[in-house]
Design a protein around this ligand. Structure first.
Ligand code: ZN
Length: 394
């Protein structure tokens, strides 16, 4: 008898995975993240990347439609195989997907597509006199195998479609949140009721769905959960281990768990990217370096009144950086041309250029560093020595 979930990690497959939720954190594949962080990571994906993922899922969906229309064939399944691995390769290093057990996911696909497998499935179908797995006898092993595989294939289709749909819906919520400056837990909840409880808005969401094939943007509240104990910095807490069979259900659960904990994504008023808030602190701008200005957005905003056009070249120590960058490029050129005056290897020059850029960026954020250390670090000889050390060269 099991009254509580005791395995530290539950199932981790895309088509069947367990995520633990406490009041403020989630635990996925053994690691803890603040609730709402996965939602935020989806915001950090580029729209182009998400669209490409969507089209990959759509291509797989077309193949699966052919599978149900034409039945099994080695040719069709090699295409399905390529399509599945293509999607997995595409997402495996990218948050939030990299938090899953992607090695286990590869292993699951490799088990189905192991060497000679496609031909052996073909032979097994031929023996039964059909190419449709749902026409195989109920107790048939191939039927069970193909059914389990269809769940895998559909979890990839869902992953692709759900990510795009979720991104567009959550976007409506968090843009609205930013515009109306909602921050407290009560405000977050009220805004959720206003938006997702409004039939007009849900109708709009339905219409903006990218594909009906994905059964629309609807939470299927068929999730199962078990009590689980999670260890946090302040000790053990009781949580829920929730079983999911579709990404969308997880995304929505994470988003609302985050809102309940007072975590939210907010759009930066300067660069319009989203940043993640976990405190009551009233941050308006993100703290990442703004590519246009070369300084963090918060700094851009602070200085906007008196220097509205602070461009990269107006940053602290720009002249030093530019001069050093040009001289390193020149050194590299001499080495490339085998000139007698060449002194440094190309990889040393490249590393030194990289380090110079890093020092310049640091000088924009850290004013102590800018005043006391920056100039010293940017001396050619020091950069070359630092580069050599980083590369393990003498
Ligand atoms: Zn920003």
């Amino acid at each position: 008898m099991n009254l509580i979930e005791t395995r530290p990690i539950g199932e981790t497959y895309f088509n069947h995975f367990a995520v633990d939720f406490s009041d403020t954190n989630i635990r996925l594949n053994g690691k803890q993240y603040p609730a709402g962080k996965v939602t935020h990571e989806i915001f950090c994906l580029s729209p182009e990347w998400v669209k490409t993922l969507f089209y990959k899922g759509d291509a797989l969906y077309e193949l699966c439609l052919r599978w149900s229309g034409e039945g099994y064939s080695v040719e069709l399944f090699s295409e399905i195989q390529n399509s599945l691995f293509d999607i997995l390769d595409y997402v495996k290093d990218v948050p939030p997907f990299c938090h899953f057990d992607t090695d286990g996911e590869y292993a699951a696909l490799n088990r189905f597509f192991c060497k000679g497998a496609l031909q052996s499935y073909e032979d097994a179908f031929r023996k039964c006199g059909t190419v449709f797995y749902d026409q195989l006898p109920r107790e048939n092993r191939l039927r069970a195998h193909m059914t389990a595989f269809s769940w895998i294939a559909f979890s990839y289709i869902y992953l692709a479609g759900d990510t795009l749909n979720f991104l567009s819906v959550a976007n409506v919520y968090f843009v609205n949140l930013t515009e109306n400056d909602k921050r407290t837990k009560h405000e977050l909840a009220e805004l959720a009721r206003e938006m997702f409880g409004d039939p007009e808005i849900t109708k709009k969401i339905e219409q903006s769905n990218h594909a009906e094939a994905f059964n629309n943007f609807t939470l299927h509240p068929t999730v199962e959960y078990a009590p689980v104990i999670m260890t946090t910095e302040s000790g053990s807490v009781l949580g829920k281990r929730i079983m999911f069979n579709r990404m969308l259900n997880f995304y929505i659960t994470d988003m609302f768990a985050g809102l309940a904990a007072g975590h939210y994504s907010r759009q930066c008023g300067i660069c319009h990217r989203f940043f993640f808030m976990q405190t009551a602190h009233k941050q308006l701008y993100c703290s990442t370096v703004n590519p246009e200005y070369g300084v963090p957005c918060a700094y851009v905003a602070k200085n906007k009144l008196n220097m509205p056009k602070q461009k990269k070249k107006d940053g602290f120590g720009y002249a030093i950086w530019k001069k050093r960058y040009d001289s390193l490029r020149n050194e590299k050129h001499k080495t490339n041309k085998n000139l007698p005056s060449a002194k440094y290897d190309v990889d040393v020059c490249d590393k030194a250029i990289e380090l110079a850029k890093r020092h310049y960026e640091e000088a924009q954020i850290d004013f102590d560093y800018a005043q006391n250390q920056y100039e010293q670090d940017m001396i050619l000889r020091n950069l070359i020595n630092e580069a050599k050390e980083a590369l393990g060269k003498k």
